[in-house]
Write a protein of this length. Structure first.
Length: 148
């Protein structure tokens, strides 16, 4: 019973795969779309005048997934051209503002280092004072034991 069910499932999947493959095969052959990259040459009466005309590939009307890709590529090309035309250096005004910011950051770092040193010395003094207070407490306890 279990073997027949597995065999039937296997055959059903096999038939589905063949149907899908044959559908893909026929679809590819019916919609064989190749973009045209031909260059048309028109000749006038004299041989020295040759007009070159680039024929742009026609985008398929039925398949809309190609057109958005082409539009995105065109937009990206325009953006790349704009970026390549911009100067590689930072304008003087922005550079001046950046340098002023950098100077302020450096001064804040110096202030932080000074504050860190002062806090460290205060902590060291506090630890010393705590040790002295502990020492005084122990000496008071010893004095009381001696007199008791």
């Amino acid at each position: 019973m279990h073997a027949t069910r597995a065999l039937a499932l296997f055959l059903a999947k096999l038939i589905a795969i063949f149907r899908h493959l044959s559908f893909d095969y026929w679809r590819r052959h019916n919609n064989d779309i190749r973009p045209s990259t031909t260059v048309g040459v028109g000749c006038s009466s004299s041989l020295s005048d040759v007009d070159l005309k680039v024929v742009e590939p026609e985008l398929p009307k039925e398949e809309d997934h190609v057109r958005p890709c082409m539009e995105r590529l065109l937009r990206l090309d325009k953006l790349v051209l704009e970026l390549s035309n911009k100067p590689p250096q930072i304008p003087k005004e922005k550079e001046k503002v950046l340098m002023q910011s950098l100077d302020r950051i450096k001064s804040v770092e110096l202030d932080l280092n000074r504050t860190k040193r002062v806090l460290h010395s205060a902590v060291v003094r506090q630890v010393e004072i705590a040790q002295l207070v502990d020492g005084l407490r122990e000496s008071k306890c010893r004095r009381r034991r001696i007199f008791c």
